[in-house]
Ligand binder design. Structure first.
Ligand code: MLT
Length: 407
């Protein structure tokens, strides 16, 4: 008899963004004349930068020739991309990362979800609340949690991010082995200073723990005192894996290209205390389960780091940040307390009412889709998240409609 992985039965009915998409589809079916503006899932709307498009086309043309055709590429990514990433994203900021520590992939969602496979099932996991749901759900699927009670999974150490700690969690009271951190934060849009991040790196070093650092939104940082990478912090190479993505940086949500950094010094332990390099383990996993990102996509990704690519991607992000300002201003004028939007595309709004009720209200009365904070965890109850990813025109219209509906 074929049996299921019963840990899946502990999961909430459906993935947050699928659930929202279903509700929006039902609303649209019942209200076919209503125009809906989506400021929910963080999906980019502007076209790919011209430099990426050209590189993409050129690479497809190369593939059409006998001399330029390529079959399977290196699972970890082509050297031209790995070297470009290292020079631009790390060495330019004084962070030590080598090109053979870069694992190119098709998404930070997949990598941050898959990474837990290389760790023991009795790993004590600390996860922020609110949080991008992938970190938690993948640990539930693996069997690292108990059941779901009172909006939380047994066995997980929740790191509460609230207005009291300015949405940067404090160190856990109990000892943990694996810590997820995401800055600029999804969903709150909050940021972490170098000093605050150093506290986490020191904790991980003192406790032989590991930090899984999601930096998918680093390109939105405009305050230059803030760290773009955890490797800007001394000692982080021993205790941190970092996830990066071109999705929000260069408009690659549909094109798919991301990467994970696993420094060679980064270790974990077997049951006898023996040290093992995570680089070797992740490499083994990556080569077994992944066949690399396509050559044209990697060429397009590398072009995002060219001189013109950088200008074009910065313009894209500046545009979304300007949207974030418009959203923040309108929300502030309505009297709501909010954070985020300065160094992040997300605005985290205290609605002072049930998150899903607020979601329904904005959809019904304004035809605007947001994300209910409760979908990101218990501490998200009472909040909604509005994303800056849409056209300027749609953002202005959405905020006008929200203002009319709520004032
Ligand atoms: C979000 O809206 O939180 C993200 O876009 C989802 C994702 O990146 O998978």
């Amino acid at each position: 008899m074929i049996k299921i992985n019963e840990h899946y039965l502990k999961l909430q009915a459906s993935y947050l963004f699928s659930n929202i998409a279903k509700r929006v589809a039902a609303f649209q079916e019942n209200n076919p004349d209503k125009d809906v503006i989506k400021l929910g899932i963080g999906d980019v709307t502007n076209p790919l930068p011209a430099a990426c498009v050209k590189a993409f086309h050129d690479a497809v043309d190369e593939m059409a020739t006998e001399a330029g055709f390529r079959g399977y590429g290196p699972e970890q990514g082509y050297d031209f991309l790995r070297e470009t990433i290292v020079a631009n994203d790390f060495q330019a900021r004084g962070a030590e990362v080598n090109s053979d520590e870069i694992f190119v992939s098709d998404g930070a969602k997949c990598d941050s979800g898959n990474i837990q496979e290389i760790f023991s099932l009795d790993t004590r996991v600390a996860i922020p609340d609110p949080v991008y749901p992938v970190y938690l759900d993948t640990n539930v699927m693996a069997g690292r949690t108990g059941g779901y009670n009172d909006d939380r999974y047994d066995g997980i150490v929740y790191l509460e991010s609230t207005r009291e700690n300015n949405y940067v969690p404090d160190l856990p009271q109990e000892q943990v082995d694996m810590i997820y951190l995401c800055f600029p934060n999804n969903p709150t849009g909050s940021t972490i200073s170098k000093e605050q991040l150093k506290v986490w790196v020191d904790y991980a070093r003192d406790n032989k723990a590991l930090i899984l650092f999601d930096a998918a939104y680093e390109a939105f940082i405009r305050d230059e005192s803030l760290p773009h990478s955890i490797y800007e912090i001394e000692g982080a190479r021993e205790v941190a894996i970092e996830f990066r993505s071109l999705s929000k940086t260069a408009g690659f949500t549909g094109t798919r290209c991301a990467y994970t950094v696993v420094p060679k010094e980064c270790m974990a332990y077997d049951q006898n205390g023996g040290r093992h390099a995570l680089h070797a383990l992740w490499n083994r996993r990556h080569c077994t389960k992944f066949n690399g990102v396509s050559y044209p996509v990697q060429r397009a990704a590398a072009a995002a780091f060219s001189a013109e690519g950088k200008v074009q991607t910065k313009a894209l992000i500046d545009g979304y940040l300007e949207n974030a300002k418009i959203i923040g201003k309108a929300i502030g004028q309505l009297g709501f307390e909010y954070v985020g939007g300065d160094n992040s595309p997300y605005i985290w709004i205290w609605g002072d009412r049930d998150s899903w009720d607020f979601f329904d209200l904005l959809l019904d009365k304004a035809g605007v889709v947001c994300t209910p904070g409760a979908g990101f965890g218990k501490c998200g109850q009472g909040y909604i998240r509005i994303s800056a990813f849409n056209s300027r025109e749609n953002v202005i219209t959405a905020m006008d409609r929200i203002s009319s509906a709520l004032s």
